[in-house]
Each structure stands twice: as C-alpha cells, then as structure tokens.
Design a binder for this molecule. Structure first.
Ligand code: ZN
Length: 276
C-alpha cells in the first residue's frame, strides 16, 4: 500500500495512492495515519473510495512525528566525498518535528544563509513501538514503511558554529517527506533503490541504497538500544554523494531554486526555495 495525506496545513486527511499516482480519500475509513493505523494498517479497497482532486496539496504522509532521527555519513561513497572515514557505528542526530513539511511545499532559505544544501534520503517510518529489540531481524515487524526525505542542511550553522550538527539541521521546512509512505511489500529491492536529486534541472545527486553502510533493519535495531522508537517516528538513513558541499567549488541553494528528488518506488518530490 501507498499511504499519503492531503489538504491544507492543519486540516490534512489520509488517502491511498494507486499505481498511477492517483489519490483516494480514506478519511471515511481511517481517522489519520496515526500510531494506531500505522501499527496495523487497515486493508482498504481503493474502488470504494472517492478520488482526491489533483489540485489538493500533498502533505507529509505521516502527521507531525514524535521525533526525526537522522543517520549521518551512512553511504560509503558520500563519506569518501566528505573526506571522512567510514563510521564504525551509526552517527546519530535529530531533526525537530517542526521541520517536517509536504513533498511539494516551499523550502525557506534561512535569513543570511549562503550555505543551504540538499540531501536525498530513504526515510523509515516506525509502525510499532520498538525498545531493546533482540535482533536485526526483529526490526522488520516495527517498520510501517518507507518514503523520501530531503534532509536539508545549513552547512555554516552545521559545521562552522561549534558543537554538534543539530543547529544546521533544524530550520523550519528542512524536512520535506513524501509524497507517499510505501509499505515494505512495495519495495522488494530495498537494497538497490536508485536515488536522484536535481537542482534547476541539473542532476546533483545520483546514488543507490546499495552503498548504504548501516541498512534500515540494522539502524532500527541499533537505535532501539538507546531510545524507544514510537509509531510515526521517522528515521532518515543518510545521503549518497553529490551534496552541494561535495561539489568543487561547493554549490548551495538560493531563493527561486527548484529541487527535484526521486527514489525507486517512492515517487518524486519537488520544492521551490524561498527566503525566510
Ligand atoms: Zn542527512
């Protein structure tokens, strides 16, 4: 199944997406893709549902999450591009729930920023609470599905202002999610999904989950040893090469720039940048 949400900010409703990208209003069947629905998604027949108007806004496929956990330097080729060694254990940082927006919403460049950057990523959404999981294999039953995340990053605040990365990762609008959440059965080749990101039509990132260092099952098991993962929590699993910081010379975003992101089976995101 492909789960999504539509409608204006603050009044989103759940819908399902078919193989052609058409949306069907599921709000008469399920209240929202909340903890209860993500833990045990109801089987819904698309045929009985009213279509969603094409003009309706695409929202984040999950309501505001309790937390967004991010894995840094999780692609061997991106670590090389960054001049960093392959991490022995996952590098973990957090994005605040408020950063989450829909896949076609505008991204706001922070005031004074000259180093706002892009990162196409595979995000995992938790379905069932996970705490001290006994094994990597157990993690599968705790995952509701997968979606695209753009882990937008302000490099000056992330890397040049002291301390941890979080300052550069938490500006409003820095976490577009969607357009849909695909359940695991929709992604039989999770380990070889193509990932792309372009800016103004120019390809910037091209990669594959094949070069991911710590895979989603490993990451969910690992994180469950140091925090309880709750239904609706989002874990974004790192970016392949081609971020702006890795270009020579570096390339960054400005108001008016348009980002387009895609991952096999997970659709396409598109964001226009505006000034905060
Ligand atoms: Zn990232």
């Amino acid at each position: 199944m492909r789960l999504a949400r539509f409608g204006p900010v603050g009044a989103e409703r759940p819908c399902l997406v078919d193989g052609q990208g058409r949306r069907f209003d599921a709000s008469a069947v399920v209240r929202d893709w909340d903890a209860q629905a993500l833990a045990a998604p109801p089987r819904i027949d698309l045929a009985g549902l009213p279509p969603v108007p094409e003009s309706a806004r695409w929202a984040s496929p999950v309501p505001r999450p309790g937390k967004v956990v991010c894995i840094g330097l999780n692609y061997a080729d991106h670590a090389a591009e960054s001049g960093m060694p392959i991490p022995a254990e996952p590098i973990v940082f957090l994005k605040a729930p408020r950063t989450v927006i829909g896949p076609y919403d505008q991204v706001r460049i922070p005031r004074g920023s000259a180093k706002t950057d892009w990162e196409v990523e595979l995000a995992v959404v938790i379905g069932r609470e996970a705490s001290y999981l006994a094994s990597r294999e157990q993690a599968a039953a705790h995952i509701a599905g997968y979606c695209i995340c753009n882990d937008i990053s302000e490099r000056h605040w992330q890397l040049e202002r002291g301390g941890q990365w979080d300052k550069g990762k938490n500006f409003d609008t820095f976490c577009p999610l969607g357009p849909w959440l695909a359940t695991a059965d929709e992604l039989p080749a999770l380990g070889s999904l193509a990932m792309q990101l372009s800016v103004n039509g120019q390809r910037m990132q091209q990669g594959s989950t094949a070069t991911m260092i710590f895979d989603p099952l490993f990451v969910v098991h690992y994180l469950s040893q140091c925090m309880t993962l709750e239904p609706g929590d989002v874990i974004t699993t790192g970016t392949p090469p081609g971020v702006g910081l890795g270009h020579k010379p570096p390339r960054f975003l400005a108001p008016g720039d348009v980002m387009e992101l895609s991952i096999t089976g997970l659709g396409v995101q598109r964001q226009v940048c505006t000034a905060a």
